[in-house]
Ligand binder design. Structure first.
Ligand code: TTP
Ligand code: MG
Length: 357
């Protein structure tokens, strides 16, 4: 019998900041870019649960979060506190938590800075799995003063869904025989792999819930989704055979942007590179890495010719500013004759980091 656990820290970045700053206690807290009185650019990394009551969410523009906080303030509720991202600190906390988990569970697969899958099959029963999960929650609370949510199920899919069912500080168990029925009334979005695009595609055909898509045959799903349809057919029924413990190798992290208009305006491109650099470093940290040793700049010209230039550092680098500086240096060759003798306008730029640690 397989028993799989999924563990996810609650409002991770915000909880660490609340823990470390007594003046944040009990207040709505937003971790992310500087809001600059509503004029700030960049996004929310995460918000604690109090700030989520105002509608503030991860990846929302920080200016929008500011606006929502102002709305709350005008209604007499406490405004949100805004706090910058301390990526290095969260990576360290994450590493310590993963160590605590590894002390009691032999097969652990970390999938992001605050998330991991646990193979609990060796415990032999859901009762034992529940006990170890409870223990783990207590240990993390005691050692790190942070709360976690755990889901337990017959496979990865159901373990993750169990986690989502009761947050924060939750522990939910879904047994194999309940899995299929629990999934049926849920939105198709709960199935990993169904993103906004696939969801829209299903919605156009009148399918919104898992149970709606269960009317399709395996062939029908394959027509809609390609080869992945076979896998999806199983997932819609709560079945997922993917193992825990085979770490998906993340070799690089990158972001790119296609401009609304092809351009050669250095100030505009520089500004976009800065935003991209920050986004790349943020994602790097989120994937559980601290450093990179190579920066790669991609430029696509108006005629779709695409070129890259890279720089490898002798030391591991962790800062977004250094990445931005390097990206700017690499960009120069595309603005003068070296990489762009015909002075073609630029359609897209991308930044990628490699050799991660
Ligand atoms: P999540 O586990 O998705 O979110 P969370 O831990 O803040 O909240 P929850 O209680 O719902 O689990 O992400 C973990 C951390 O990753 C989060 O604290 C901040 C960071 N993050 C971003 O920086 N940007 C994002 O868009 C998301 C989703 C997360
Ligand atoms: Mg989390």
């Amino acid at each position: 019998m397989r028993i799989i656990g999924h563990i996810d820290m609650d409002a991770f970045f915000a909880s660490v900041e609340e823990r470390d700053n007594s003046r944040f206690k009990g207040r709505p807290l937003v971790v992310g870019a500087d809001p600059k009185g509503g004029k700030g650019r960049g996004v929310v990394s995460t918000a604690n649960y109090k700030a989520r009551e105002y509608g503030i969410r991860s990846a929302m523009p920080i200016s929008e979060a500011w606006r929502l906080s102002e709305v709350a303030r005008k209604k007499g509720m406490p405004p949100a506190i805004f706090c910058e991202v301390n990526g290095k600190k969260y990576s360290e906390v994450s590493r310590r938590i993963m160590k605590l988990i590894a002390q009691v569970i032999p097969i652990v697969e970390q999938t992001s800075i605050d998330e991991a899958y646990l193979d609990l099959s060796f415990l032999g029963s859901y009762e034992e799995a529940q006990k170890i999960a409870e223990q783990l929650k207590v240990t993390i609370k005691k050692v790190e003063r942070l709360t976690t949510t755990v889901g337990i199920g017959p496979n990865r899919l159901m373990a993750k869904i169990a986690t989502e069912m009761q947050k924060p500080d939750g522990l939910t168990i879904i047994r194999e025989e309940e899995a299929e029925k629990i999934l049926e009334p849920l939105s198709l979005r709960v199935i990993p792999g169904i993103g906004p695009k696939t969801q829209t595609m299903f919605a156009r055909q009148g399918m919104r819930l898992v149970k709606d898509a269960k009317n399709l045959t395996q062939e029908g799903l394959k027509d809609l989704c390609g080869k992945w349809g076979e896998d999806l057919y199983e997932k819609l029924r709560g079945r997922d055979y993917s193992p825990v413990g085979i770490e998906m190798e993340i070799k690089s992290v990158g972001e790119q942007e296609t401009f609304a208009i092809d351009t050669m305006n250095p100030a505009f491109i520089a500004e976009r590179l800065q935003v991209l650099s920050q986004a790349v470093v943020m994602r790097l940290k989120r994937e559980g890495f601290e450093n990179f040793r190579r920066a790669v700049l991609t430029v696509r010209f108006r005629d779709f010719q695409t070129k890259t230039r890279s720089r490898t550092f002798s030391e591991p680098i962790s800062s977004g500013e250094t990445l931005n500086f390097e990206a700017m240096r690499l960009l120069m060759a595309f603005l003068d004759g070296r990489e762009n003798p015909q002075k073609k306008t630029i359609r897209l730029v991308g930044i990628r980091v490699e050799e991660l640690s």
